[in-house]
Design a protein around this ligand. Structure first.
Ligand code: NZQ
Ligand code: ZN
Length: 389
């Protein structure tokens, strides 16, 4: 039975070639001071920065420059951004980049008018904002996280070796608008492109591998997974294929904009394991997920055999005839493994910089979730990490 839920997603999307021009429609809705949030410089090299600045100037905005948001944004950078927004009385936070810029913008948004320490309030105590928040807009240049249409924000604290995501309950934390031009993603290095593709795929898995009921969300998920696999194979061979890149971009948004989680408990343990690896190694998010996925899924498979069999037959077209359910399910994971290798994803945490001495720390940094097929204990988590080395 599909559980009860409410559904509201207020983010307005502009999708396709030349969609940046719609920034002109959005900017008049906000005040004069725009905090322009971007990363380490890719948007200056590929010309997107210049185009955005031109539109901001044409709309009479004052620009508060806030570059240097690193992949896996840190709490220290967040504190700088909050200071900038306060000192310059920001009216709009405009993130131009990937999930890191977008997540960071949301974290600044909920913190500008908040007297508490943002790390403690939002990422340790998981509280909701009780202050006025700032609107966030996004021009997406890297595909994968879905941050362009959700209320998630992941921040890393190097001091306490924790990387924690907060999915805010209030829809007003979602970007007010997001501009998605697939051509803006064409300058991504191959490694970032495939990391993003696996991030999308795993977001779908995290929601799919829970529950045993018949529900619409799982059928939508299977369609999205098939689309991602198909387009990823085309983009892997020819990254300039617009059709494939546009399908990947659109799938990423739907993979994590709350729709396919509706009526489901959802798992999220691959992300919890991956985030612990991220906190220790600062590795690329999608690669931390690919490196831990197979040992985790092979371990929990016996507890969710019916769904893993369905995954094999519906997503990977494995023929179940003459096989036990377990054999079919394992063949599905084997098909997934060979696709991951074909893309060139990280297949273990050693190549990301983790080692056996970190296992205890990684287990400490892993939040345990209860929505999947097996609630793990600490020893099980340690064993999974050992299998990921
Ligand atoms: O910093 P610059 O120079 O811009 O370079 C970036 C960065 O190095 C580069 N890049 C982005 N667009 C580019 C480009 N390079 C060339 N051409 C372009 N068009 O790509 C690198 C990675 O960017 P980043 O924003 O860090 O990647 P991603 O979008 O994967 O975001 C990762 C962050 O999002 C969090 C992750 O944990 C991580 O901190 N997540 C957020 C989620 C959410 N809000 O719901 C869910 C996800 O599961 C994820 O946890
Ligand atoms: Zn992710």
């Amino acid at each position: 039975m599909l559980g009860n839920f409410s559904y509201c997603n207020p983010t307005k999307l502009y999708f396709g070639k030349d969609s940046l021009k719609y920034l002109n429609d959005e900017l008049p809705k906000y005040g004069k001071n725009v905090q322009l949030i971007y990363g380490g410089g890719s948007i200056k090299k590929n010309g997107i920065y210049g185009k955005v600045v031109e539109i901001l100037r044409a709309n009479g905005k004052s620009i508060i420059d806030d570059g240097g948001v690193m992949p896996n944004p840190t709490v220290d950078k967040l504190r700088d951004g909050i200071k900038k927004a306060r000192e310059n009385k920001a009216d709009l936070l405009l993130a131009v980049g990937g999930g890191s810029c977008c997540d960071y913008a949301k974290a600044v948004s909920v913190s500008v008018n908040c007297d508490d320490d943002p790390w403690e309030k939002y990422y340790i105590r998981f509280e909701e904002p009780d202050c006025e928040t700032l609107p966030v807009g996004c021009v997406l240049t890297m595909v994968g996280t879905g941050s362009e249409m959700n209320a998630g924000s992941v921040i890393t604290n190097h001091e306490s070796k924790l990387k924690i995501g907060h999915v805010f309950a209030d829809e007003k934390i979602m970007p007010r608008f997001s501009i998605l031009d697939p051509e803006f993603t064409m300058t991504l290095p191959h490694r970032q492109m495939v990391a993003g593709i696996y991030d999308i795929f795993n977001h779908i898995c995290e929601q799919y591998f829970s529950g045993g009921d018949d529900n619409t969300s799982d059928y939508i998920s299977e369609g999205l997974m098939r689309s991602v696999i198909n387009s990823s194979r085309i983009a892997n061979k020819n990254p300039m294929d617009y059709e494939a890149r546009s399908n990947i971009m659109w799938s990423a948004t739907w993979a994590l904009n709350t729709l396919i989680a509706k009526g489901k408990t959802t798992d999220w343990m691959v992300h919890m394991l991956g985030q612990a690896v991220g906190a220790y190694t600062d590795a690329t998010h999608g690669m931390t997920l690919s490196a831990v996925s197979l040992p985790y899924y092979r371990y929990i498979l016996p507890y969710g055999i019916a769904k893993f069999k369905r995954f094999a037959t519906e997503v990977w077209s494995i023929d179940p005839n003459g096989k036990t359910d377990e054999q079919t399910a394992l063949e599905g994971l084997a098909a997934m493994e060979s696709w991951m290798k074909e893309l060139g994803l990280a297949m273990n945490i050693t190549e990301l910089g983790a080692n056996a001495d970190m296992i205890d720390g990684l287990a400490d940094a892993t939040l345990i979730m209860g929505g999947g097929y097996k609630v793990l204990d600490r020893d099980e988590i340690k064993n999974i990490f050992k299998a990921c080395l």
